[in-house]
Write a protein that binds this ligand. Structure first.
Ligand code: NAP
Length: 277
């Protein structure tokens, strides 16, 4: 397998060479002061600048009312010069996440938050496009996903089912023995739990040729380094054929997938424009 970092660099070079992407525009809406969100947005903006894609970062007060946020989303839905936009999570407690997600027009919802969205959410899409690029053989293999969130676990299940895999989702109510059974039969494991080192080598006898994608991003204070470090949901070396690192693993694939979704959104915009001429 090509390391994720070099794969992502290669795909970004491809995107840089597409002149039409210089016409595309993305808007990032932020309604929080969350340090993790600041860092994710910084990464996204770095990618956009590198490729030369136009962007706007709208940073709103966390005290904004839901009604005012919906008005801003409505404007973005209508703006002809905006081809895709995202509303960075988490949202303040007084704002209903579901209402916001479903208010984004499916044509511009490049995070795939709206159930009617035309786009696969960025994390599942990032993992899928990497596996496809690396010629992973999906057909009839066993996939196990730990975690059933709307942005990772559930859409990941759909994506892998569409590739003819046998897919099982595990969650906090899964019994330990069942978890052991499913994991030990898995050819592909996606871990999206949000608990540092949740999956440990000695707890399971994983298949030697297993592929593991560690989605977890846990910020932990390291006493020796005297700073926060990022830890995945999996122990560092599970001794399997492939394990995505944390950092510089699924996070990079997710960022790349957002760019790929924006490219799709822009192409659809141009197609529609030509059709309606
Ligand atoms: P989430 O909403 O935080 O939910 C966690 C999931 O893990 C839930 O489905 C929960 O089960 C399950 N879970 C919790 N404890 C468990 C246990 N003991 N055994 C089995 N399952 C358990 O999920 P998320 O939003 O997908 O986030 C998961 C992690 O991925 C977080 O660390 C997040 O920061 C990270 N993340 C990373 C990226 C990236 O780009 N790398 C993108 C998105 C998320 P229940 O449903 O039963 O509660």
């Amino acid at each position: 397998m090509e390391p994720i970092e070099t794969y992502v660099e290669r795909k970004k070079e491809e995107l840089k060479s597409k002149p039409y992407l210089k016409e595309a525009k993305i808007v990032i809406v932020q309604v929080n002061n969350d340090p993790a969100s600041n860092s994710y947005i910084k990464g996204k903006i770095r990618d956009l600048s590198e490729i030369g894609i136009n962007y706007e970062h709208i940073k709103l007060s966390p005290n904004i009312s839901q009604e005012d946020l919906l008005k801003i989303i409505d404007l973005l839905n209508k703006r002809e010069d905006v081809h895709g936009f995202i509303v960075q999570l988490p949202l303040p407690k007084h704002i209903d996440e579901r209402v916001i997600k479903t208010s984004i027009t499916p044509l511009k919802d490049i995070d795939g938050f709206n159930p009617l969205s035309s786009f696969v959410p960025a994390t599942p899409k990032g993992i899928l496009t990497y596996l496809e690029d690396q010629k992973f053989s999906f057909d009839s293999k066993n996939a196990v996903i730990i975690g059933r969130s709307e942005i990772v676990g559930k859409p990941m299940q759909q994506v892998l089912l569409n590739k003819n895999m046998n897919v099982t989702i595990l969650h906090s109510k899964t019994l330990t023995n069942d978890m052991k059974f499913y994991l030990e039969h898995a050819d592909l494991i996606i871990v999206a739990v949000g608990k540092p080192y949740f999956l440990k080598k000695d707890d399971f006898n994983l298949k030697e040729y297993c592929f593991v994608f560690d989605v977890g991003i846990n910020r932990i204070f390291n006493k020796e380094l005297n700073k926060d470090v990022l830890i995945g949901d999996c122990e560092k070396d599970l001794g399997v054929f492939f394990q995505s690192p944390v950092p510089k693993g699924v996070g990079l694939l997710t960022r790349l997938a957002l760019l790929l979704n924006l490219e799709e959104a822009y192409k659809a915009f141009v197609r529609n424009k030509l059709k309606n001429k």
